[in-house]
Each structure stands twice: as C-alpha cells, then as structure tokens.
Ligand binder design. Structure first.
Ligand SMILES: N[C@@H](CCC(=O)N[C@@H](CS)C(=O)NCC(=O)O)C(=O)O
Length: 204
C-alpha cells in the first residue's frame, strides 16, 4: 500500500503533506518541478491532465484538488482527530472553513500573488493586484470574526480546516498583502506554523 504525493516546495501539496504528517499517515514524496513545461508533459499529464500540483496516487487511485484530497485522506485512520464527522454540530462549520481556504480565498490571494510578486514586472497589472488585495481584506475580516475569539477555526482546537486556511495565508504573505492583516490572524498563523508537521511539510 503506497500513498504518493506529487509535491513542489510551497505548492498546495503542502496541505496534503501537512495533513499526512498530522495524521501519522505514511507517504512517499515525489518532488516535481512547479513549471508548466514539466506539468504539461506526457510524464505528468496522466497524473494531472490540468497540469497542477498537488496530486496523489493512493495505491493506483489518482486524485487531484488539494482540499478534495484532504477530505479523502481524512477518511483514513487518524482522520477523526482532525475533522468532525457527519452528525457532529461542527461538521458544517468544519466543511465551510476547509473549502473557504481554497474556494473562497484562493482566487483573490492568487491574483495578488501574481500581480504583486510572481509575474515578471512588465506582465503585472496594478488594478488586478489591488482587486486581489481588497478582496483579501474582506477575507481577513471574515477570519478575524472567529479568530479574535478563539485560537483555531473550530472551538474544539486545531483541525484540517486550519491546514487549508493557513496554507493560503502563506500565499498571502508571499503576495506581500499579509502585513496589514489583523493581529489575530498573524498570531493564528504563527501558532499553526509552530507545529512540527508544518515545519516538515515546508522544509523542502
Ligand atoms: N485548486 C487547486 C489549485 C492547484 C494549483 O493551482 N496549484 C499550483 C501550485 S500551488 C500549480 O500547480 N501551479 C502551476 C501552474 O499553474 O502552472 C488545488 O487546490 O489543488
């Protein structure tokens, strides 16, 4: 039984790896270049035809989309400690935050990342960067409503939802739009990234 994670440093595969580390789930890391040339190659397109990272190969079952992979892996032993189960009153809020990290936050923060930092200077569009930043400020308000009152997104403590959201806050840092975030979010980011599993998952 082998679980392979297709990973590149600081890519969304960090979420998957972090989760496996927290769950104590054994995995093999396949480090791939985060470059279109490789991602669109024949070698990788049978893993992710959309040319993105992450993907996993779980004993022959190939899956992509980081938060979907998380939901899938959380059904394995060790997952219950990091995810409320259906029937639990926190199941709904947990799903909300798990998906907010990618579906609700991803587009805007990625826009700011591209147009503030990642694209070559002559390809950056300031209006797009500003749009991403404005939306990120709204996102920060949403998160602050909860994180100014409790240490983690769920009142019961650290969960997989934090893995999803904290990863996106890392991209907000890379996008240079995290400096103005409320102190509650900065403290939250520091609290979650003190975890050994985070350190391992972002080391290489
Ligand atoms: N919604 C997808 C996004 C995947 C994604 O955009 N991954 C980035 C790395 S974090 C990527 O593969 N970028 C390479 C490219 O777009 O060429 C997920 O959560 O897995």
């Amino acid at each position: 039984m082998t679980l392979t994670i297709f990973h590149s440093r600081f890519a969304r595969s960090v979420r998957v790896r972090w989760l496996c580390e927290e769950m104590g789930l054994p995995y093999e890391l396949k480090v791939v270049p985060n470059e279109k040339k490789f991602l669109a190659s024949d070698e990788y397109s049978h893993i992710h035809p959309g040319a993105k990272i992450p993907a996993i190969d779980d004993d022959g079952l190939i899956l992509f989309e980081s938060t979907a992979i998380m939901e899938y892996l959380l059904t394995k032993p060790g997952g219950e400690a990091l995810a409320p189960q259906p029937g639990d009153p926190l199941y709904g809020p947990y799903l909300q935050w798990l998906h907010y990290g990618e579906a609700g936050m991803g587009m805007y923060i990625t826009l700011a990342l591209g147009h503030n930092a990642m694209f070559p200077e002559d390809k950056r569009i300031p209006a797009m960067a500003k749009y991403g930043q404005r939306e990120a400020e709204q996102i920060y308000k949403v998160l602050d409503l909860t994180l100014s009152k409790q240490d983690y997104l769920l009142p019961t403590g650290f969960s997989a939802a934090d893995i999803s959201v904290v990863y996106m806050l890392l991209l907000a840092k890379f996008a240079k739009i995290f400096n103005d975030a409320p102190q509650s979010l900065k403290d939250y980011f520091d609290r979650c990234t003190e975890r050994e599993a985070w350190k391992v998952s972002t080391a290489d």
